[in-house]
Design a protein around this ligand. Sequence first.
Ligand SMILES: NC(=O)c1ccc[n+]([C@@H]2O[C@H](COP(=O)([O-])OP(=O)(O)OC[C@H]3O[C@@H](n4cnc5c(N)ncnc54)[C@H](OP(=O)(O)O)[C@@H]3O)[C@@H](O)[C@H]2O)c1
Length: 356
Amino acid sequence: MRTVPLWRGRPFNKWGNMLKKGAYHLAVMGATGAVGQEMLAVLEERKFPIERLRLFASERSAGEKVLFRGQGLVVETLSEGVFSGTDIVLGATDSALSRQFTPLAVAAGAVVIDNSSAFRMAPDVPLVVPEVNGQTLMAHRGIIANPNCSTAQLVMALKPLHDAALLRRVAVTTFQSVSGTGQEAMDELMDQTRALLAFQPIQPRIYDRQIAFNCIVNWDADPTTGDTEEETKIIQETRKILGDMSLRVTATTVRVPVFRSHGEAVSLETVRKLSRSEAREVLARFPGVVVMDDPARKIYPTQLDATGSDPVYVGRIREDVSTSNGLHLWIVADNLRKGAALNAVQIAEALIRNVA
Ligand SMILES: NC(=O)c1ccc[n+]([C@@H]2O[C@H](COP(=O)([O-])OP(=O)(O)OC[C@H]3O[C@@H](n4cnc5c(N)ncnc54)[C@H](OP(=O)(O)O)[C@@H]3O)[C@@H](O)[C@H]2O)c1
């Protein structure tokens, strides 16, 4: 892959043709999907400096108009030459499409912030959650990866605890909403719920089992280990973001009939003992984390509390009585915000802050 493109006569710096500007040329690949739509909302809310925005999706959506800052932008299809003059591409397609088009965008001089898993574990691709490892961002060579949605919210809560007491082991069980699988999975949960309440038969399409009124596994498991892809991603990405590839992490992922936001039950052990109140304090001080934990008043975060908002909420902070230095946490965040679109736009903001 070319990483230092000589883009026709335009000035370029070490990592592409991007220079400090008042406003940037942006493109969103997968603009009509669950993540792409949320990216547009976040770019608008956060007033990202945009001179030109192009939206790409499949043939199915080509020609549709999407409203952005009061203007109807026409959705286009992807092809080889489309990234000319683009500074930043926000990627929100599946991995296969990203593998095909990300190198083309980089060759055209753009920096790609990719939400798919295509490049996350590549050694020369920073995998970034700005609050946690933002310092790794500017080592990029044209591609910056956004983590899996479950990983993003997990590392936001782990980082302050790791800094305060050094993590020894982390075990996470997820309660993931269907929006983590994309727009069609949200439609499936809605359709199945409606049909079942009307005593109609259902036919699963996106998941291989009924998701309405049920908790299931995304069944793409490795037959030798039984681990699902999602479990392996959480383990490897958490280690990469926290900068310790030997950290003991284990994961069990469960898909629940919730539209939006993921919950995670975490048990962890630290080298130095952290009391419940110390853990609360370090978590509450960490940017982007909100502690929502008051058992006396029955306060803890739910998926509905997190939906549509930016923070990662942590509650049910308890000492684990089965081990000497153990804690339990319940972590909830909107997978389409901090787990995807918000994190990607925060990366873009950090990028333009740091570009020469
Ligand atoms: N959902 C999450 O919480 C989340 C979190 C982190 C990362 N991610 C990752 O982000 C990516 C997008 O996820 P999503 O949930 O937004 O999926 P999605 O709702 O299924 O959206 C997929 C997008 O890709 C577009 N697309 C499909 N085929 C295409 C083609 N041939 N050419 C151009 N565009 C095409 C779709 O366009 P049409 O509408 O025209 O089909 C749509 O805009 C995935 O890699 C996912 O793993 C998702």
